[in-house]
Write a protein that binds this ligand. Structure first.
Ligand SMILES: [Cu+2]
Length: 192
C-alpha cells in the first residue's frame, strides 16, 4: 500500500479549522506587530471537515469517492444522502454498528447513535483495514439525512473504503453501483 502513496496537491474540499489565527501575524501594521510579539502557541493538530454526498441517480454513488487527508488529522466526516431507499442488512450484521470513530458513535441529523436498525440501512461507509464503519440510514422521501462522525487518521497509506449494504441493482444487490469503482467503493489517501 505504502508504495502506491502519492502526494496529491490541492483540489480537495477540505476546511482547515485549526491554526488560521497564526496567519494574522506579519502583515506589517502596528497592531499586527504587537500581535506577533505575543508568544505563539504550538499549532494544534488539524481538524478538517470532509464532506461526502450520496447521490441517488440511476445508481447511488458517493461523491467524492477518492479523497485525501494528512496523517494525524482529526477528520469530521459529514455524509449527506438523498437516497430514500433501504438496502437492509442481515440480522446481526456488524455493518449496522458504528465502529472506529471517536466515541464509537455517529450523529444522524444531530442525534448520537451507536448503530442503525438493520432494516433502515441504505449504505455504509466502511474502511475495513482501519476498522471504520458508519451506517447510513435511508433519507426521508424527498429529503436528506446527514451522518457525521469523527475519525483520527494516524498512519499514512491508501485505504480502500466500500459500502457493505446491498444497494446495487442485481437480485443480490451486489451489481451495478456495488460493482462499479467510484460509486460504492473508492479510496482514502492518508498523506504522511
Ligand atoms: Cu451503498
Amino acid at each position: 500500500m505504502a508504495a502506491n502513496f502519492r502526494r496529491i496537491g490541492g483540489g480537495l474540499a477540505m476546511l482547515v479549522l485549526g491554526g488560521s489565527l497564526l496567519m494574522l501575524a506579519g502583515c506589517g501594521s502596528a497592531a499586527n506587530v504587537a500581535a506577533a510579539a505575543t508568544p505563539l502557541q504550538a499549532p494544534a493538530a488539524s481538524v478538517v471537515v470532509q464532506k461526502l454526498q450520496i447521490i441517488n441517480g440511476a445508481q447511488p454513488r458517493y461523491s467524492p469517492a477518492y479523497w485525501s487527508v494528512k496523517a494525524g488529522d482529526t477528520v469530521v466526516l459529514s455524509i449527506t444522502s438523498n437516497d430514500d431507499g433501504t438496502a437492509p442488512l442481515p440480522a446481526g450484521s456488524p455493518y449496522a454498528t458504528v465502529q472506529g470513530t471517536v466515541g464509537g458513535t455517529e450523529a444522524v441529523d444531530g442525534n448520537t447513535v451507536t448503530a442503525i436498525p438493520v432494516d433502515q440501512v441504505a449504505h455504509t461507509f466502511t474502511i475495513p483495514s482501519l476498522g471504520v464503519n458508519l451506517a447510513i440510514p435511508a433519507a426521508p422521501k424527498g429529503g436528506t439525512v446527514t451522518v457525521q462522525a469523527t475519525i483520527h487518521f494516524t498512519k499514512a497509506g491508501v485505504y480502500y473504503w466500500h459500502c457493505f449494504a446491498p444497494c446495487g441493482d442485481d437480485p443480490n444487490g451486489l451489481g451495478g453501483a456495488m460493482a462499479s469503482p467510484g460509486q460504492m467503493e473508492g479510496t482514502v489517501t492518508v498523506q504522511g
